[in-house]
Ligand binder design. Structure first.
Ligand code: ADP
Ligand code: MG
Ligand code: ZN
Length: 515
């Protein structure tokens, strides 16, 4: 029996769902974008030389005393409020004691049973537009650890490395950990709910401007807990069935991986259970390339971190007035904002949903703000750019082009200076780092040919090459002109002014149309 679980046999997903009911729990860590660390004045910029952003406090030197970053606390409270949580009137930090080489104090300053925010919820929108409520257990403040760099091995992992270096720049960066209550009732949509939750949370945090929430760079990290319980005979009795043992898949760092890892764990756990085995409570690692999880370390609920209240920091007691003041700074809730934008932009429900699922709402908003029409902005971001992003397996927002550049590109199209084909070439240049669209157009010589001489010759050649089509147009089927325009476009590598080509075709073959 155990052999099966070791070899990660999986059960067909649909069959797994027929027999079991999945329960999820998501733990999301967000790095705040404060200028300085949580308990000292060290800078937080990403990518600095190792160990240049450190001081006695974040290095844990004896006698150094931490002081709480006010902006960090403010962000924590605003996140709590935005997640419909209660805010603690009084709470403390706690020391979570464990040894890890990149954790200089040998404990992490965190919060334990007194989180700053608790008991909230986040309504998330699923792909078909339905809303699912995810309940939030707590959001608490803590600090990040440093980073180890393993040198000399082939993989960059500790196994096989000759030695390890530690960079403490990240030690003490403010983190907020947001933990859901067990998510039940999602059924076969559990993977989708998990992804939609992380996506909605990211959107909310971005709107709050408290973090840059880049999953790929680790400023937002997700641990996915999942378990299965037997399906009850009557759906209404499902809530009474005891939860199964959970696994915790660590650091699942893209929306797509969140969805895939849940789906995989459901299939894997189902296979173990069907075979009569039992699930080991453990951490697991997600492998993006193979799409599977593998065993990490056993983790019991009784893991003893010897938590105790942090004696070097004063308790936090935000006044009700201050909390209300912070509530006043909350942004328009993202879902409402999307509905408002949908109205302003004149998009259908489906168009708006596609935009949201593609992560393109902000991009379109910024493109419209830079002067493009909503229709054109949507077309670029969900068309050509989505295609390229998908090809390069990159999130849309990471494409090296700004909304302002897209707006400029579109204005060149609107002014008749670029055809669609030329515009795509100009975009290619922008993405290749050749500058703004206008610079690319200049440098690459991307100009529309609207000169009648050159166009007329190409039109004549197209007519000659397509006598059948020409006859149709002569007979009054003007719609057939499209084929000739296409032929001219092809010959001129997309540089021809299509409107002028149409006129020239009609002039030659159906002049009566002009009258
Ligand atoms: P840990 O210290 O192990 O990380 P947390 O309480 O921080 O524990 O997070 C555990 C997460 O798993 C929470 O989101 C919780 O709701 C969820 N959870 C708890 N029990 C189960 C279960 N049996 N199946 C799935 N998720 C669970
Ligand atoms: Mg946890
Ligand atoms: Zn410091």
């Amino acid at each position: 029996m155990t052999s099966l679980s070791q070899f990660a046999e999986v059960l067909d997903y649909d069959e797994a769902l027929e027999r079991f009911d999945p329960v999820l729990g998501l733990e999301v860590h967000v790095e705040l974008n404060t200028a300085t660390k949580m308990f000292c004045g060290c800078r937080t910029e990403f990518g600095a030389e190792p160990n240049t952003q450190v001081c006695p406090v974040c290095l844990g030197l004896p006698g150094a005393l931490p002081v709480l970053n006010q902006t960090g606390l403010e962000s924590a409270i605003r996140i709590g409020l935005a997640l419909n949580c209660s805010i603690a009137e009084w709470c403390r930090f706690a020391r979570k004691n464990y040894f890890y080489p990149d954790m200089p104090k040998n404990f992490q300053t965190s919060q334990y049973d007194e989180p700053i925010a608790f008991n909230g919820y986040l309504d998330v929108e699923l792909e078909d537009g339905e809303t699912f409520r995810v309940e939030i257990e707590r959001a608490h403040m803590e600090e990040d650890t440093g980073k180890s760099l393993h040198v000399g091995g082939a993989t960059g992992r500790i196994q096989g490395a000759e030695y390890s270096l530690v960079d403490y720049n990240r030690a003490g960066i403010p983190l907020i950990e947001i933990v859901t209550k067990p998510i039940t009732g999602a059924g076969s949509r559990a993977p989708e709910v998990a992804k939609a939750y992380v996506s909605a949370l990211r959107e909310l945090l971005r709107a709050l401007k408290v973090s840059d929430v880049k999953m790929e760079q680790g400023s937002m990290r997700c641990d996915v807990n999942a378990s299965l319980r037997p399906r009850s005979e009557k759906p209404q009795d499902q809530d009474a069935v005891k939860f199964g043992t959970r696994t915790e898949t660590k650091n699942v760092n893209s929306l797509r991986s969140v969805e895939r890892s849940v789906k995989y764990e459901i299939s894997r756990q189902a296979a173990v259970l069907v075979d009569g085995g039992s699930i080991l409570q453990e951490t697991r690692h997600w492998h993006e390339d193979t799409g599977i999880t593998t065993s990490g370390r056993p983790k019991s609920d009784a893991d003893d971190y010897r938590y105790f209240p942090e004696p070097d920091l004063v308790p936090i007691a935000p006044s009700a007035e201050w909390v209300e003041e912070l509530r006043g700074t909350l942004p328009e809730p993202p879902a409402e904002r999307r509905r408002r934008l949908q109205g302003e932009w004149g998009f259908s429900d489906k168009e708006m949903r596609d935009l949201y699922n593609a992560g393109a709402v902000e991009l379109v908003e910024a493109t419209v703000a830079a002067g493009a029409s909503s229709a054109a902005a949507r077309k670029w971001w969900t068309g050509e750019l989505a295609r390229l992003a998908n090809q390069q397996e990159k999130p849309l927002a990471e494409m090296p082009v700004t909304p302002a550049q897209i707006a400029q590109l579109q204005s060149l199209v609107d002014a008749g200076k670029l055809t669609d084909t030329l515009a795509r070439q100009a975009l290619e240049g922008v993405l290749a780092g050749e500058g703004d669209p206008e610079q690319v157009v200049q440098a690459r010589g991307l100009v529309v040919v609207s000169d009648d001489g050159a166009l007329g010759e190409a039109v004549d050649r197209a007519i000659e090459a397509n006598p059948g089509i020409a006859d149709k147009i002569r007979a009054g089927k003007v719609q057939a002109a499209g084929a000739l325009i296409g032929a001219v476009m092809k010959e001129m590598r997309g540089k021809a002014d299509a409107a002028r080509v149409r006129e020239l075709v009609i002039e030659r073959l159906a002049p009566a149309e002009d009258a």
